[in-house]
Design a protein around this ligand. Structure first.
Ligand code: MN
Length: 469
């Protein structure tokens, strides 16, 4: 019988006004969710995902956990559809729980986004989860180094999150519960401030789980506390004995395949036909994996004496689960879907063409609401990209002065490739404000608006006085 001891701490940090992280701390089920989205969207998204998880209490398999994560995703999406002010909200989710596989206890870790789970085995710290972020993709493709990723300006841009699309792909790992192992779940507010070395020191030296969690939060605050910080520390206090000679597990700080019993990216819903063949799928019965190795990441098997172990199928390079604009064509043109489509297509662009996005995201501006006032932000609307857009310029235009035809766009955040274009757009709003022009925006322009070209609406300046005679 496996026993876990759990301690946790969370803090708003020293910069943010609210704590949009949420966490769950039950006996055998812990989770951290880091919400994003304007207004209080982030808080709502993260707490919904935690609530849905909490209702389940217990899971019999990693598949059931993934199903639940799908439900959580759906709950966030539904809520955003009910409340336009929450549109674009999303959340990460990292979960650790116990399941029984063939009569044996297993620890299951599941992840979506860039909150993380680490394992400290008394000597070494390894990162179990892999961030679903643009910089991780860049690292994987060899375009930047891990060290560069740490300070990369786009390190907060996610490629997966709950609440963005009707389905989400979660990565899961199954591990043996070894007495003395210590797991750490955290939001990026911790690892963005505190180095792996410092984290290791605390996990090694502080025996009490509560104290260890509090100490890590304190250190993140001391280092600046630029983001909300959430830390959950889990000790395996009862379980399998540690391997006496250390040969049972090869903790490898770079990739988890040698210690994970099973690691797989799972999606419970049917993939789009367009995705078929690109998603690596694990045999559902948990049986022997067909003999051919996927690639070089499979260890030769000599190192690890783990008969139950299945192959690790890296999901790097598999197609992201979010449908592209083309596959979502059925929604195109339906009135009322404009903003949703906007979000979906932007995400599709993001996931599909990371390189392009990377380039374009360096100098992206958008116009949206800062409270009740229209403002030009640097960055991207918070629902998709996690880079804390900053207000570049306040315009003094209040929400109730904005022509209704602009409201949808502004709620979602209207993006531009340059500050000048954003300013031009604001000027257009400004010149039309008060007129409440009934100008219809063509549906096609929605699609146009989602690319980086800003071709939307006509240059018809309905409210301005004509120049000339
Ligand atoms: Mn965060």
């Amino acid at each position: 019988m496996t026993g876990l001891s759990v301690g946790a701490a969370t803090d708003v940090g020293r910069v943010r006004e609210s704590n949009q992280d949420s966490m769950l701390m039950l006996e055998d089920l812990v989770a951290v969710a880091d919400g994003m989205g304007g207004h209080n969207g982030g808080e709502v998204a993260s707490s919904i995902s935690i609530e849905v998880l909490e209702l389940a209490q217990r899971f019999v398999s990693s598949e059931e956990l993934v199903d639940r994560i799908q439900e959580a995703n759906r709950a966030v999406v539904d809520r955003a559809e009910d409340d336009p002010s929450l549109l674009g909200m999303g959340t990460t989710l990292v979960v650790l729980t116990l399941v029984v596989v063939d009569g044996v206890d297993r620890i299951v870790v599941a992840n979506v986004g860039d909150s993380r789970c680490y394992l400290h085995d008394g000597a070494k710290l390894v990162q179990i989860t892999k961030d679903h972020s643009v910089v991780q993709t860049l690292v994987d493709s060899g375009r930047i180094t891990a060290a560069e990723a740490e300070h990369h300006p786009q390190r907060n841009i996610l490629t997966r999150a709950l609440g963005i699309d009707g389905r989400v792909m979660a990565d899961t790992w199954e591990l043996r519960p070894v007495v003395g192992d210590r797991y750490l779940l955290c939001s990026d507010g911790l690892y963005g401030e505190v180095s792996d070395l410092e984290i290791t020191d605390v996990l090694r030296s502080e025996p009490d789980v509560e104290q260890a969690a509090s100490e890590l939060v304190r250190m993140a605050n001391e280092a600046g506390g630029h983001d909300n910080i959430t830390v959950v520390v889990v000790d395996v206090v009862d379980g399998e004995p540690p391997p006496s000679d250390g040969s049972g597990r090869q903790l490898d700080a770079t990739l988890g395949e040698s210690w994970a019993i099973r690691a797989v990216s799972e999606m419970t819903e049917e993939p789009d036909p367009t995705d078929a063949g690109r998603l690596e799928e694990q045999p559902a019965d948990g049986g022997e994996t067909p003999s051919e190795p996927d690639d070089g990441t499979l260890s030769d098997g000599g190192e690890v004496d783990e008969p139950a172990r299945e192959s690790f199928r890296p999901t790097v390079g598999s197609r992201p689960p979010v449908a592209s604009a083309e596959t979502r064509g059925e929604t195109r043109g339906s009135p009322g879907f404009r903003t949703v489509l906007f979000v979906v297509v932007v995400l599709g662009v993001l996931l599909g063409v990371v390189g392009v996005v990377f380039v374009s995201a360096r100098s992206t501006y958008y116009v949206g609401f800062d409270g009740s006032e229209v403002a030009i932000f640097r960055g991207r609307p918070g629902g998709i990209l996690w880079m804390d857009p900053t207000v570049e310029e306040s315009t003094g235009i209040e929400r109730d002065e904005v022509p209704t035809s602009y409201l949808d766009e502004l709620e979602g955040g209207k993006e531009f490739g340059s500050f000048a274009e954003a300013e031009e757009y604001v000027e257009r709003i400004s010149s039309e404000s008060g007129e409440f022009s009934a100008r219809e925006t063509e549906e096609d322009s929605v699609v146009g608006a989602t690319t980086t070209t800003t071709a939307t609406a006509s240059t018809t300046e309905a409210g301005t006085e004509p120049d000339g005679p």
